[in-house]
Ligand binder design. Structure first.
Ligand SMILES: Cc1cc2nc3c(=O)[nH]c(=O)nc-3n(C[C@H](O)[C@H](O)[C@H](O)COP(=O)(O)OP(=O)(O)OC[C@H]3O[C@@H](n4cnc5c(N)ncnc54)[C@H](O)[C@@H]3O)c2cc1C
Length: 608
């Protein structure tokens, strides 16, 4: 019977993200996927700014941004009416608006096919496995295609033993059955999840599924906004236009009447409906690249886990409409949330209790998504109470749709009560660490600070230390550095570099040209890696750059340089704790709650 640490059912967005983290943490995993190979075309396409940030953290944003269509504006079309509210001649543009609020992210909202999105991450996984010497040419390398998962059972007798392979998953390929044993199982197998059904968990919510038609087309049209994202409300139906990457392809989402069955919908039905909605503009189809009709209810699984051994992610535990372009984003972010936690637990760095935060964090996010989707669906289909109501609502919801409202509640990795938020008012505990431009001290490169927080399994302690040229600031930084080094050593395996698990990052308010490397405590430029070379890439300065302007990072983060601040950031870029520069005990207490001590002997503070 094959054994693996983590068995993942399904290689969609959620499964691939979870698996990539496991590759980073060096944890054995197997994905069972019923398709014969990777996704080739179709499905979701909307990529939130937050998702682009996540891709950037894996080093994939350049390709993504280069290939994608960038959404910068939304146009709102409605019924062309005369002064008495009588329809004149079909539709007309009512208003236009910026798509993403200025300053929300340093990265754009884009459109890229889910097959390519998944492909980029699969490429990353391959690179990681190759770097670790785990890649075998011509072999499955963790993804078994053609296997349909049939069911699972948990061995109740040893499920409390953290090392037990207590979950058995049965799958079938070409008429042959095989059973895998795993420590953990992830149900990433989409809306009709077999894993969820095996657990007998119901999906709770709307029973009346809305049917959507989706077509990726090459249009021959007189419609003027065909290269802009548009919502169209016409008297014969509603439609969303999403221009696609490459310059010619366009996706149309068409809401179909209640009662229609997806299997009965034909391409001709969709084309006829599109023509009617676009009237009086011509709409013909030079080509259709992909089309589909599918139904969606707004539903949540009654539970997201079983015995902290089986976890549901993505569409397996939440489904909703595609209107707000959230499907792929929310699902891959489930995998992104769970993957590093599993990696950390299975590496023996964190206790298994860490996994409960997956459920508390992502079930709330999913519930928020369902509420948002219901509200949006209502606004989308009802008649406006006043002109411009829908456009106003859409613009107001921009922050949510960009993926920046997720706020995780208090837990062992989100230290709300023990934080001192007033020292960094632009940073929110439980939300993602925002970005600001700073100058990397060692080579004068202007960088986005968030970009430094790569998804490689490291926690970060970001220290805003003020001006190192002031004696007071230098002394307090030296004291903090001494304490941090001792704290971090406790949780870092003795054979690993001091910055391998918890990486210190220093942000100074000093003048770039008046600062010298020797002034910076050695803890912030440790010797590391194969050659034991000192790593100078951890110090950043908030100052005017030669040719990229001033990032005003302290202003953005709400940090008073004379007081300073310490920010603990999780491996997934979410903020765990904000505190003062002298809260050594608070920092240590935080890591004691979510990490397992690796060295019991405590080294002494060098300078007292
Ligand atoms: C046809 C279709 C069109 C869609 N179009 C849009 C859209 O236009 N816009 C939008 O926002 N969202 C769309 N969605 C939804 C969006 O794709 C999902 O929200 C998102 O893909 C969910 O990611 P996931 O990883 O949870 O699941 P999925 O991406 O669905 O991945 C699940 C994977 O599990 C595999 N699988 C399923 N059952 C088994 C099994 N028993 N054994 C082994 N493998 C299994 C599947 O083959 C699949 O690869 C669409 C979904 C579908 C199915």
């Amino acid at each position: 019977m094959p054994k693996t640490d983590v068995l993942i059912a399904g290689s969609g967005s959620a499964g691939i993200f979870a698996a990539t983290w496991l590759a980073i943490y060096d944890i054995p995993f197997t994905i069972l996927e019923c398709r014969s190979g990777p996704l080739e075309i179709g499905q979701a396409d909307g990529v939130q700014c937050r998702t682009v940030e996540i891709y950037e953290s894996f080093g994939l944003s350049e390709e993504l941004i280069r290939e994608a269509y960038h959404i910068l504006e939304v146009c709102f079309w409605g019924i062309d009416e005369d002064g008495d509210g009588q329809e004149k001649r079909g539709i007309k543009r009512k208003s236009r608006a910026i798509d993403t609020e200025k300053g929300l992210s340093h990265l754009p909202h884009v459109i890229l096919n889910q097959a390519r999105m998944n492909g980029l991450m699969l490429g990353k996984m391959e690179t990681i496995l190759k770097e670790k010497g785990k890649w075998e040419e011509g072999k499955a390398n963790g993804i078994e295609y053609g296997w349909t998962v049939k069911g699972l059972e948990i061995d109740e007798t040893n499920k409390d033993d953290p090392n037990a392979h207590c979950v058995r998953v049965t799958a079938e390929k070409d008429g042959e059955e095989e059973t895998w044993e795993a420590k953990y199982v992830l149900g990433c197998d989409g809306a009709h999840s077999t894993i969820r059904r095996s657990l007998n968990y119901r999906m709770i919510g709307d029973t009346s599924d809305t049917v959507w038609g989706v077509m990726d087309i090459y249009p021959l049209t007189t419609f003027p906004d065909i290269r802009r994202k548009c919502t169209i409300h016409s008297s014969v139906g509603n439609l969303l236009i999403i221009p696609r990457e490459g310059g010619h392809l366009v996706r149309l989402y068409i809401q179909l009447p209640q009662g229609v069955h997806p299997k009965e919908v034909t391409l001709e039905d969709l084309q006829a409906q599109a023509r009617a909605i676009f009237s009086p503009y011509a709409m013909e189809f030079a080509g259709v690249f992909w089309w589909s009709a599918y139904s969606i209810g707004q539903r949540l699984a009654e539970k997201f886990e079983k015995d902290s051994r089986v976890f549901l992610t993505g569409d397996a535990c939440h489904t909703h409409s595609p209107k707000a372009g959230q499907g792929m984003n929310c699902s891959l972010q489930d995998g992104y949330n769970l993957g590093w936690k599993l990696g950390s637990v299975l590496r023996g760095l964190s206790p298994p209790s860490l996994l409960t935060t997956y459920v508390s964090e992502r079930s709330k996010t999913a519930a928020d998504l369902i509420s948002f989707d219901k509200e949006l669906a209502k606004m989308f289909s009802r008649k406006e109470e006043h002109p411009g109501e829908f456009a106003d609502y859409f613009v107001k919801s921009g922050r949510y749709m960009a993926g920046f409202t997720a706020r995780y509640g208090a837990s062992e990795v989100t230290s709300v009560a023990e934080s001192t938020p007033q020292v960094a008012t632009g940073i929110t505990v439980g939300m993602r660490f925002p970005s600001a431009q700073v100058i990397r001290f060692c080579d004068c490169k202007a960088v986005q600070l968030q970009r430094v927080l790569q998804s490689n399994g490291r926690w970060r302690v970001v220290v805003f230390a003020g001006d190192i040229n002031e004696v007071l600031h230098r002394d307090r930084l030296n004291e903090l550095a001494d304490y941090l080094e001792v704290i971090v050593q406790r949780f870092t395996p003795a054979t690993d570099d001091i910055d391998s698990l918890i990486e210190p990052l220093l942000v100074l308010n000093s003048k770039f040209l008046e600062t010298e490397q020797e002034q910076i405590p050695g803890y912030f430029w440790p010797s590391s890696g194969k050659w034991g070379i000192r790593d100078l890439h951890k110090t950043y300065i908030d100052d005017e750059h030669y040719n990229s302007g001033h990032g005003h990072a302290h202003e953005k983060y709400g940090v008073d340089p004379s007081a300073g601040a310490v920010v603990i950031v999780r491996p997934d870029q979410y903020v765990s704790k904000v505190t003062t520069l002298d809260d050594f005990e608070g920092v240590e207490r935080f890591f004691e709650c979510c990490m397992i001590e690796q060295r019991t002997e405590r080294s002494s503070i060098v300078k007292q």
